[in-house]
Design a protein around this ligand. Structure first.
Ligand code: ZN
Length: 274
């Protein structure tokens, strides 16, 4: 699933293709991917509008339109936004097509079809609940060590679940949560309210560090993630634990273990992470 660095890479790669371009036509092949409003209104609200900018919050992308509304997109498991030439071949798993005035098409492709889009900011007060409740994100002024300390102290979740909770910190998924815990030398099954001050400090630094590294490397690719130009990030080469179950820890040589937390596999070093 694309996490903060991957979604940010999608945003950056989309900009030169779609910023200040007019959307002439929208074709929706799988209507259930449109969460709000009704399909006809979604299309009517977008066709003829210029895309003023593309922003990102957590794992959401927002395409700001000339009419003041915005398209809210969430890629979920396997969604991608690709830009192709209008005469070129249609990309695989194409679900929603945005025909642009510059001769290009922006496609929302999705293999597993959990991705969603909505048109927000209109006359109705509808809000995407997940988007409205996002917590602060790493590398921003809202995410401070004091904030993290406070929220961890009040939480009875295991720390891995805490890191995945988008209401607490926006943007982390399984990859960057496992990596942050590895960098901070904290076991994923530790209860959040039992971490020492030193560990909270280490976790705060680690969350920012792994997200910054993911951004620098244009995201982490395992299977499906790609940016608007079809490029894949190279952060995979820098991972300490994620996807390395049964392999040797790069720091101590112990074999990395996996534990299931809330249905997700979490890989950690039993020697380094306490
Ligand atoms: Zn180790």
């Amino acid at each position: 699933m694309p996490e903060l660095p991957e979604v940010e890479q999608v945003r950056r790669s989309l900009l030169p293709h779609i910023k200040n371009e007019i959307i002439c036509k929208v074709e929706v092949r799988l209507p259930r991917m449109i969460v709000h409003p009704a399909l006809a209104e979604f299309i009517a609200g977008i066709e003829g509008q210029v895309i003023r900018d593309v922003e990102r919050r957590g794992k959401y992308l927002t395409l700001l339109l000339g009419n003041g509304q915005y398209i809210l997109a969430h890629l979920r498991m396997t969604g991608a936004l690709l830009v192709c030439s209008h005469d070129g071949a249609e990309p695989p798993f194409a679900k929603i097509r945005f025909v642009l005035a510059n001769g290009k098409d922006m496609w929302f492709t999705d293999i597993r079809t959990f991705g969603t889009m909505s048109l927000c900011g209109g006359n109705d007060a509808w809000q995407d609940k997940g988007f409205a409740a996002l917590g602060p994100e790493p590398l921003t002024s809202g995410f401070t060590e004091e904030y993290l300390q406070e929220r961890l102290k009040k939480s009875h979740q295991v720390v891995k679940s805490f890191l995945l909770d988008q209401h607490k910190i926006a943007g982390l998924g399984n990859i960057y949560a496992d990596e942050a815990l590895a960098v901070a030398a904290i076991r994923p099954t530790r209860y959040s309210d039992t971490l020492t001050k030193r560990q909270v400090h280490a976790l705060y630094e680690a969350v920012n560090q792994v997200i910054a590294q993911g951004l620098r490397n244009h995201g982490t690719t395992f299977r499906n993630y790609q940016d608007a130009d079809g490029f894949m990030g190279n952060n995979k080469d820098y991972l300490l634990v994620y996807g390395r179950k049964g392999q040797a820890c790069t720091r101590c040589g112990a074999l990395l273990k996996q534990v299931r937390i809330a249905g997700r596999g979490s890989v950690y070093c039993p020697h380094c992470q306490k």
